[in-house]
Write a protein that binds this ligand. Structure first.
Ligand code: SAM
Ligand code: SF4
Length: 339
């Protein structure tokens, strides 16, 4: 049977709780040129063998299935570090061609962004999220284990110049390392027109170093910020957005708090993940995955891949379960899932 373009969009990635995934996070590599302490050990990880990673054609094909048949309207490229993927600009250009109306963004550490921001914008990228935990060179180097703060700052400037806004900055606060710098980072971001969001540290590091007792909570962050700024909850409905937004000193500047651990938002989740080796994950914390690479390489049709993807999502758990007694951290670390 042939399918018309209308038939193609009739399936959705709905789970048994009625949540519909429309936001696809695509990991393009598990490799990275930083070694953030909350993400990776100093020596890095055993990187994925080259033949296990999806090729550019395979990634674009699966994105096409998601956007063309499964109702996905937002694609975020991540990793590892997406800017180290050689085919990134071409993958984004091809995604833009097959999904002209989808919102396309990347989450990046911004190393090398100064060079590629223009090409990324031209290829059809809409926005960037840049990860930056401190604007002090010594703290930046302590967290990332690399002395590269100037590259991040020039990357941010280039992204703004290329029109890749609104630019968001993701920051993770670590107790005794940069938790005294929350207000400084916010002032710096507001001055430059970047929207800062603080993300609670999650148990997703390869070294299993996370601890509930020492993590900096959303309450801690809000208390620290409130000493220097007047924060008022933003009135717009939050929907499926993970960040709780606050106006800074009456606005228009805003700051976001992503309290994945202490104020989970799983009930409104609209995300689905595709790993660099072609596995669908319905949650960052999922304990199982659904393989799309094997059927893809065995010649599966788009209909077949779409059907497998729909089945994969149906079993999504109600929540991440970090607070459950039997909680087990997923086998893949954040850098191999795609944050
Ligand atoms: N390398 C890119 C970057 O750093 O933006 C993209 C991948 S990184 C895994 C995506 C996001 O996950 C970053 O903002 C990073 O700060 C965040 N992240 C990594 N490990 C985390 C953890 N254990 N808890 C919370 N956020 C984490
Ligand atoms: Fe690399 Fe991003 Fe992990 Fe830092 S958080 S080590 S930049 S993947």
């Amino acid at each position: 049977m042939t399918t018309s373009p209308t038939d193609q969009t009739q399936q959705t990635l709905v789970d048994r709780f009625g949540r519909v995934a429309t936001d696809l996070r695509v990991s393009l590599t598990d490799r990275c040129n930083l070694r953030c302490t909350y993400c990776m050990p100093p020596e890095g990880l055993d990187w994925m063998p080259g033949d296990e990673a999806l090729t550019d054609d395979e990634v674009v094909r699966l994105i096409g299935v998601a956007t063309g048949r499964l109702g996905v309207d937002e694609v975020r490229f991540t990793g590892g570090e997406p800017l180290v993927r050689r085919g990134l600009v071409s993958i984004i250009g091809r995604t833009r061609e097959i999904a002209p109306h989808a919102e396309l963004s990347i989450t990046t550490n911004a190393l090398g962004l100064a060079k590629t921001a223009g090409a990324l914008a031209e290829a059809g990228l809409d926005r960037v999220n840049v990860s930056l935990d401190s604007i002090r060179p010594d703290t930046f180097a302590q967290i990332t284990r690399r002395d590269r703060l100037p590259d991040v700052i020039s990357g941010l400037e280039a992204a703004a110049e290329a029109g890749l806004g609104p630019i968001k900055i993701n920051a993770v606060l670590l107790r005794g390392v940069n938790d005294d710098q929350a207000a400084e980072l916010l002032g710096w971001s507001v001055e430059r027109g970047y929207e800062l969001r603080f993300i609670e540290q999650m148990p997703l590091d390869a070294q299993h170093g996370w601890s509930r007792e020492t993590m900096v909570t959303a309450d801690d962050t809000l208390a620290a910020l409130s000493a220097s700024f007047d924060l008022t909850p933003a009135e717009e409905p939050r929907g499926s957005a993970p960040a709780e937004l606050f106006h800074v000193d009456g606005g228009p500047a805003k700051v976001g708090i992503i309290a994945s651990v202490t104020r989970p938002f799983c009930g409104d989740c609209d995300r689905v993940r595709l790993t660099a080796d072609g596995q669908v994950r319905d949650c960052l914390f999922a304990r199982s995955e659904s393989d799309l690479r094997t059927p893809l390489r065995a010649g599966a049709s788009d209909d077949d891949l779409a059907a497998r993807w729909v089945t994969a999502m149906a079993g999504k758990a109600a929540g991440h379960g970090i607070d459950d007694l039997g909680f087990l951290q997923p086998d893949r670390p954040m850098s191999a899932i795609g944050g």
